[in-house]
Design a protein around this ligand. Structure first.
Ligand SMILES: NCCCC(=O)O
Length: 714
């Protein structure tokens, strides 16, 4: 039974040759042990002759991938079942799409293939289009070369083209479409979604496709595709236990761990097919026992047992990893169809995000270029660089946010989700962590009255930021390791209905992980605390008036806009989350606005100072300015310089008194013990003096040591 699955994979290397398939079937039948059921094949051209033949040996056959409508024929294939629905299921979805966008004129193009997989699907599609009043301006088919058919479609000026062909032929079609200019914004291609990832870039040379990768990318840009849902991604049932004891997400995780790859298109259908066979055998075994038979008694002549298996199949229903599995009277699966779109919908936002990244690079460059200017030097340029790096990462996360299932393969979408979470989270910590530690230093300098002191250098602040990032990395690693993000699908809640045994459910793709609300809640909590701490520091240092040292106003404004826009963004998008474009636009817009304002608040004042008369370099000219006080035009400059001068005077006084104190101590130590009656008083005096000294010292640090400020060391 399992052997057939392996054989099927082997066959595909030889282009799924029906002849080889039949040869292997006979091999299995004529060589023991006796097979009870067949699993496979993958492609209809192999499945059909096998199903047509195996019935004579009373063998039931279950395919996990063959989607030809021809296999519905119960006279030809009475013992055939499948855990995937036919490509006919795509037709109602295609028509819905045409109606939704008001497209009234279409062309169809399909590959002539002996199994009839595409011709039968297209025939039914024409009937449906006719019923819905949609014009078929061209109905073309080709066997090998689609050049003339495409020329005809172009001549008829069809803009909506529904294509049905295998992946190899799809490359030929799109290359020819590129050459004839049947691509781009004026055309919509609606094709099949069960091709391999990045199919338009594969095997171009070996198949003799006369287009390069760039041309192929241009040709396929914006195509729409219909596909079978290969993993139960319903928000509710994907978390329910399937018949195997795993949820769909757990299955995907296990599959990934075992194989090192995301669930492939067929693997989950094959998994459910195997379970279907096991359940049918299990149920049948019980019934057979009542008749005094067992599964081991099965022979290729045992029609009665085959009938029992077949009947059990019709009555089987279970929750598999691809969703609810049950079979119609044609032996086919009642399944779901998804519609994907490959598009550059996000080009606009991504463009703005790239501009933001360039702006960040510009600020980095200014920081570097004017690193010797006082205004830059005193504002901790290295920490400012960290702020910019954080903002650049946040801009980049916007680009990742726009990468949907149309741009990256569904299977890889989970990795994009993970990358986005990491980049956004660490970017935020870098930007706000650096900003807040700077403010904390200012707070420590200006709010402390403690006598002891130590230096806080930029390195100390950078270390704190590093620790915050480390906490992020630790947390994100746990999240990624324990419950990694996956592709999730959210029902759009619009027009869900049955047609031709198929339920059409419009869905949108989103990031999903088990317990995602808890994981996200912890991230929001941590970041919220960081913002609260920032607000506290900004408030505490609001009275400090030395712009080069203090960013409290900028931080206050940054935090204010981040909090307001985040709350607004989350509130709005939670109401409209099924409107994918609006959600993306609002989230991207708010992220870009927050990041840009943060950059502006922090850097624009510095740039303005750099553009001022003295180029933000008043400290290096202090002596000259002291000599000519009338040069100072702003009160800010006067304050800064006056305090600098006062500070150096006080420092000199302090040095003299300290020397005096040491002298007194030395004298005191040389006195006989009975004379030390005044020692306590002396210490008290010293304490008062120290306190006075510290208050003076903390009033204003020496600007030349702006990045080595003093704080209390309790
Ligand atoms: N999963 C695609 C199979 C196509 C075919 O039935 O040949």
């Amino acid at each position: 039974m399992i052997g057939c699955y392996l054989i099927d994979c082997y066959l595909c290397q030889f282009q799924c040759d029906p002849g080889i398939g039949m040869h292997i079937l006979y091999d299995h039948i004529y060589n023991g042990p006796t097979k009870i059921m067949l699993l496979g094949a993958a492609l209809s051209p192999v499945t059909q002759p096998i199903a047509d033949t195996s019935k004579y040996w009373n063998l039931l056959q279950v395919s996990y991938s063959s989607t030809s409508p021809a296999l519905k024929n119960r006279e030809l294939y009475p013992r055939f079942f499948r855990t995937i629905s036919t490509d006919l299921a795509f037709n109602p979805a295609r028509v819905e799409l045409l109606i939704k966008y008001g497209w009234k004129r279409v062309a169809t193009l399909h590959q002539n293939e002996p199994s009839g997989i595409f011709s039968q699907t297209t025939k039914k599609l024409h009937e449906l289009l006719y019923k819905k009043g949609i014009d078929i301006v061209a109905g073309e088919s080709f066997t090998e070369d689609p050049t003339n058919q495409l020329a005809n479609i172009k001549e008829k000026d069809a803009r909506i083209i529904i294509g049905s062909f295998y992946e190899t032929q799809a490359r030929q079609v799109f290359c020819e479409a590129f050459k004839q200019g049947i691509y781009g914004k004026r055309y919509v291609w609606i094709i099949i979604g069960w091709y391999d990832d990045s199919w338009w870039e594969r095997d171009l040379e070996t198949e003799g496709v006369s287009c390069d990768v760039r041309e192929m990318r241009m040709a396929v840009d914006g195509y729409l595709a219909t596909d079978h849902m290969n993993l139960n991604e319903d928000d509710v049932t994907s978390k329910e236990m399937t018949v195997s004891g795993l949820t769909a997400l757990e299955y995907a995780k296990k599959f990934r761990n075992l194989t090192g790859i995301q669930t492939s298109h067929e693997s989950s259908f094959a998994y459910d097919a195997t379970w279907a066979i096991a359940l049918v055998l299990n149920t049948s075994a019980q019934r057979l026992r009542e008749k005094g038979k067992s599964l081991e008694n099965f022979t290729y002549e045992d029609k009665e047992m085959a009938d029992a298996f077949e009947e059990t199949f019709y009555n089987t229903s279970f929750l598999g990893v691809t969703g609810q599995v049950s079979f119609t009277k044609y032996g086919e699966r009642v399944g779901y169809v998804k519609i994907e779109q490959l598009q550059a919908l996000f080009a606009c936002m991504a463009g703005v995000a790239v501009l933001g990244i360039l702006l960040g690079i510009g600020f980095l460059w200014i920081n570097f270029l004017y690193r010797e200017r006082r205004i830059i030097k005193m504002s901790s340029p290295r920490l400012n660089n960290v702020i910019v790096a954080g903002c650049i990462m946040t801009y980049f996360s916007v680009i990742l946010f726009g990468l949907d299932g149309g741009v990256v393969a569904s299977e890889k979408y989970g990795q994009v989700c993970t990358a986005r979470a990491w980049i956004m989270c660490i970017g935020f910590t870098l930007a706000f962590g650096a900003m807040f530690t700077k403010t904390w230093r200012v707070h420590a300098i200006f709010k402390s009255i403690s006598p002891k002191k130590k230096v806080i250098r930029d390195e100390h602040l950078l270390l704190i930021v590093l620790i915050l990032v480390f906490v992020d990395v630790l947390y994100l690693s746990l999240w990624t390791g324990i419950e990694p993000m996956q592709t999730g699908y959210l029902e759009l809640g619009e027009k869900k209905r049955m047609e031709d045994d198929k339920e059409i459910i419009p869905v949108v793709q989103h990031c999903e992980s088990e317990n995602i609300s808890y994981w996200l809640g912890a991230v929001y909590g941590f970041k919220g605390l960081l913002l609260l701490f920032g607000v506290f520091l900004a408030w505490e240092t609001r009275g400090v008036t030395i712009p080069a040292l203090n960013d409290s106003k900028s931080i206050g404004m940054s935090v204010y806009n981040v909090v307001i826009l985040s709350i607004l963004g989350v509130a709005i998008t939670s109401f409209i989350k099924e409107h994918q474009n609006a959600t993306f636009t609002i989230t991207a817009f708010f992220t870009i606005v927050c990041t840009t304002l943060t950059l502006f608040f922090v850097f624009v004042p510095k740039v303005v100072m750099l553009l001022s008369l003295d180029g933000g370099d008043e400290a290096s000219n202090t002596k000259r300015r002291t000599a000519n006080n009338s040069d100072f035009t702003t009160s800010m400059d006067k304050n800064a310089v006056n305090m600098t001068v006062e500070n150096s005077l006080l420092k000199k006084q302090l040095a003299v008194r300290e020397q005096h104190l040491m002298e007194l101590r030395r004298l005191l130590e040389n006195l006989p013990p009975e004379s030390r009656i005044h020692e306590e008083n002396s210490e008290e005096d010293e304490g008062k003096f120290k306190k006075r000294k510290s208050i003076v010292q903390f009033k204003q640090p020496d600007p030349s040591h702006a990045n080595e400020s003093f704080v209390p060391d309790e």
